[in-house]
Design a protein around this ligand. Sequence first.
Ligand code: ACO
Length: 330
Amino acid sequence: MEPIRKVSIIGTGSYVPEKVLTNKDLESIVDTTDEWIYSRTGMRERHIAAADQAASDLGAEAARKAIDDAGISAEDVDLIIVATLSPDMFFPSTACFVQEKIGAKNAFCYDLGAACSGFLYAMDTARAQIACGAVETVLVIGTEKMSTFIDWEDRSTCILFGDGAGAVVLQAGGEGRGVMQSVMGSDGSLAHLLSTPGGGSRNPISHEMIDQKQHFLKMEGRDVFKHAVKRMGDTVLQALEKNGISSDEVGCFIPHQANIRIIDAISKRLGVADRMYSNVEKYANTSSAALAIALDEAVKDGTISKGDLVVLTVFGGGFTWGANVLEWGK
Ligand code: ACO
């Protein structure tokens, strides 16, 4: 058995498709207003993938940037984990499609399903695989084409989501403490509050299922809101305690980008509003890509610099949630 090894992020990348859909544009699609959307969510616009772009195309764009940023070649990657709830198809995995697109021919590949929490879960899976000595270099991608699974006649959900992808490369070694222990949790008894009920083995594809629009995302917004605030706040505190870090030492908190009011409520509870990162205004909720895009932007715009402690936290369908702490070493 190899010893537990330190793990660091050595590269980040992100990609959003070209087409922008503003709140004003949504006014001509459903009965809503820019003012309602912005005041209830903090969102101004979101990006929408082209008809010929699938989740793997968005993911491959982000992956290439992360690999370049890491200064490695795609052939150095041992494992690709893709977090997505909008895969190219049920199988094979979206990770296999990404592998082929970027030429990571030495990697083994799989997808990880934890809804919006998928990227953080995948990062922790990668950390564990590297720490135990099974692999050296892992590409973790969060990628979503949410626009495919949204009911564009349902104003309570269609305004909330956007498409995009983010990626990180993790490797053994590096300076500082690197990616530390995560805290994660799930509660399957609340699965019905946020799901896409049709199209799987429970409720297979049929004309009737499609007529009932069961293949689109369904959400009880108010319940999700309350649980998201509580779970992300609790989990951040647990992750800090687990790693022996006080919140005063943290340079940047990056929460799931689902709603600015959720983010503000967590900031207030933890007293960290001055260090809370958000880009929900530009991209809306890109589910498992949201954290990855925000991390890449926070690094590239200088919010995060070498030696900073960073806390990531997520919440999503399942319900699933989690937080992890890392020391930025680049
Ligand atoms: N435009 C105008 N009015 C609207 C819209 C809209 N787009 N959507 C809903 N309304 C109306 C409702 O019909 C309701 O009208 P009524 O009072 O006449 O019945 C009124 O606005 C209030 O609706 P609420 O649902 O109570 O509005 P709320 O303030 O709760 O905001 C929202 C709704 C934005 C969805 C909020 O509940 C939320 O953000 N929830 C969490 C969502 C979330 O985080 N999801 C993702 C987490 S996991 C993941 O990322 C997959």
